[in-house]
Design a binder for this molecule. Structure first.
Ligand code: ZN
Length: 408
């Protein structure tokens, strides 16, 4: 959670941030030279020497700087493994990180007590909003690490994973470019089972992505004479796009989870790992830009926070199999909106896929909503529940709707 500071950092704290950055950068260099990379390895190698050279620094901060260095080295090694061009990493921005034993947070006052060295502490007053209050007052949370930056601090909160809710219904969702489509199934007994279509549509995400993609391309052309400027502007565009899309994905995830919490549902999603089908280059570009994985990630961690079970299943043939007879019609219906089978079954392609996901989850013996019975025949074709729609995002997109056609 990010907190603004109500006043500038005191000079002692700035000094600490400088020292911290220095020890991190020195630790990175020394660790690279000595070919060690774990936090313990770095600590063994450097602790004694650094202790003598930085006698003023609180020893827990020193250890924490080794941890930050180890994190930087881990990323560095990954970049090398992936064959990317890279230089010896260093921290440019002023920063420091402290573990939860190394600082105190007064939750009612919103004041952080940060030790600088023996006998010298600074008190940082945080700007606390209603939203922050909810977390500060939540007794089930404990404090994690603290990151201090010149203008703000980041406090990590920890929570014991709540024991999962005993689900009595299921929300099975197929993830598509502009929507989550699926079914909601409730009631296990024959006869009174309820199975209806649900939808969370977010066509704006594709629109935003398309627009920013074009804008970046235009920028690069126009600023071709000055690549530094082009890079700065493109990054700024990227950050804007990221914010706007994240905002919507969180909205979608919140709506889905609110529904699931209210109806005590387990959620079934497709496992996206290893999905690389033969698609056109352009479709591949759009699919890789479109953060399905990101949306799943948000849903999963929010679900874990609330104790809602999430089941992920292999989506193999989910969009092409018939849930009634199990046939896989051998036709090129990849782009048709409707799935239809020789046995007479026909249904919206995406809804059909979500049925198959649920059937896979049940057939794999995964614990789905304690013995829930599901038959595709109970599907009510005329009912649809809307979990989320673009109007639910408070900030609307200017000229948004007119471009959906080009983005599809
Ligand atoms: Zn069939």
């Amino acid at each position: 959670m990010v907190f603004r500071l109500s006043s500038d950092l005191p000079p002692e704290a700035i000094e600490l941030l400088r020292d911290f950055r220095l020890t991190v950068n020195r630790a990175v260099h020394a660790a690279l030279d000595a070919r060690v990379s774990s936090r313990n390895g770095i600590s063994k190698l450097l602790y004694k020497g650094f202790r003598e050279e930085h006698p003023g620094m609180y020893s827990q901060h020193l250890v924490s700087s080794f941890e930050v260095a180890a994190g930087i080295l881990k990323n560095h090694r990954r970049r090398i493994r992936e064959g990317r061009r890279c230089q010896v990493p260093f921290v440019k921005r002023l920063m420091m990180k402290a573990e939860n034993q190394a600082y105190k947070l007064d939750c009612s006052e919103g004041i952080i007590d940060l030790p600088i060295r023996a006998g010298c502490h600074v008190r940082l007053k945080l700007v606390v909003s209603q939203y922050h209050r909810r977390y500060l007052n939540d007794e089930s949370l404990s404090l994690g690490s603290l990151t201090v930056l010149p203008d703000r601090v980041i406090v990590a909160f920890r929570k014991e994973a709540p024991s999962p809710v005993a689900a009595t219904s299921v929300l099975s969702l197929d993830t598509n470019e502009q929507s989550l489509d699926g079914i909601f199934v409730e009631g296990g007994q024959e006869g009174d089972a309820k199975c209806v279509q649900v939808e969370a549509a977010f066509p704006e995400v594709a629109v935003i992505q398309q627009r920013h993609h074009e804008r970046r391309r235009r920028l690069q052309r126009r600023k071709a004479h000055d690549w530094r400027l082009a890079r700065v502007l493109c990054r700024r565009e990227g950050a804007r796009e990221h914010h706007r899309i994240d905002y919507r994905l969180h909205g979608v995830a919140n709506a889905v989870l609110e529904f699931a919490e209210h109806h005590k549902s387990a959620i079934v999603l497709e496992d996206l790992r290893g999905m690389r089908l033969n698609r056109s280059k352009d479709l591949n570009r759009r699919l890789s830009f479109w953060p399905r994985g990101k949306l799943h990630q948000i849903i999963e961690y929010k679900a874990a926070w609330k104790g809602i079970p999430v089941i992920k299943v292999d989506p193999w043939y989910s969009s092409r199999r018939c849930p009634i007879c199990g046939r896989i019609p051998d036709s090129r219906m990849g782009t048709q909106a409707e799935f239809s089978c020789e046995c007479g079954w026909h249904l919206d392609r995406h809804i059909n896929a979500s049925m198959n996901l649920l059937q896979t989850a049940i057939s794999k013996g995964l614990e789905v909503a304690g013995g829930l019975r599901f038959s595709p025949g109970a599907f009510q074709h005329d009912v649809m529940m809307t979990l989320y729609e673009p109007a639910m995002a408070a900030r609307s997109e200017p000229n948004g709707t007119s471009q959906i056609g080009t983005a599809t």
